[in-house]
Design a protein around this ligand. Structure first.
Ligand SMILES: [Zn+2]
Length: 249
């Protein structure tokens, strides 16, 4: 069954527990995507506060994550497929997920209604090129159609201020399960094979890890001090020595 994208119930009414201001971030998980273009794209959570009624984003935080675990696989697939089909070119630093906050108005002031970001059910994608209330955007109808099919409403379809960067899950927890299964059947094969760029990125990462391992191994063999007490053992101290050594370089 398709998810009703116009369900007027808030997410707490759809079984997702409390949102802003009593956000339950315990079920949030991290979302990192190795994009088909070979970039590692993080969707961090933001800590937000309100100053003179204006929303203020502070540095990204991870409360151990930023999307509800029930939708992680689903959004991960949708993001991958969106890029492979040429709908978007995901950019590191331009995307995020959870934030414990209310919905904002077009003038930036806050309403009293919790945002779907406060349930870990919304993502902002390539924000700088899809600005809230902006006149241009790179997310277009074909990408929205894809996401709609799996229960996400697009902020570009809002009747009020358009939120071009924004995708939010409108279903229940049962729907989330159903949509994840549907995506597994219909979309997973599209991302089965790594792109050449992803293969290159993975190779780069494994080379980096090999080099690090080698460095750590060497550091572990080097005598630190004559005194037994001054020579701490174990992985943590080896890491510390590598860091110290790299700082000296
Ligand atoms: Zn948003």
């Amino acid at each position: 069954m398709a998810v009703n994208l116009n369900d007027s119930r808030r997410a707490d009414g759809r079984g997702w527990g409390p949102g802003w201001p009593n956000c339950d971030t315990s079920k949030w998980v991290e979302l990192d995507v190795l994009s088909p273009a070979g970039k590692v794209v993080r969707f961090p959570a933001h800590r937000v506060s309100s100053e003179n009624g204006q929303l203020k984003f502070s540095e990204e935080v991870t409360f151990g994550g930023s999307v509800r675990e029930e939708i992680r696989e689903l959004v991960s697939l949708l993001l991958q497929v969106s890029e492979r089909r040429g709908f978007i070119n995901l950019q590191p630093g331009w995307c995020w997920g959870g934030a414990c906050r209310a919905i904002k108005r077009s003038d930036g002031t806050l309403t009293e209604t919790p945002s779907n970001h406060s349930w870990g059910l919304a993502l902002d994608i390539n924000a700088p090129e899809n600005p809230f209330g902006g006149s241009t955007h790179t997310i277009e109808r074909p990408m929205a159609d894809l996401w709609n099919e799996y229960g996400f409403r697009w902020g570009g379809d809002y009747s009020t201020t358009k939120d071009w960067m924004h995708m939010e899950f409108m279903g229940t927890r049962e729907d989330a399960k159903e949509m994840a299964e549907k995506a597994g059947k219909e979309l997973a094969q599209e991302v089965d094979e790594l792109t050449p760029e992803q293969e290159k990125a993975i190779k780069r990462m494994s080379t980096f890890l090999d080099e690090l391992t080698e460095k750590l191994g060497k550091a572990a063999d080097e005598p630190v001090s004559d005194s037994e007490d001054a020579a701490p053992k174990g992985a943590a101290s080896r890491v510390a020595r590598v860091v110290l050594a790299s700082e000296k370089e």
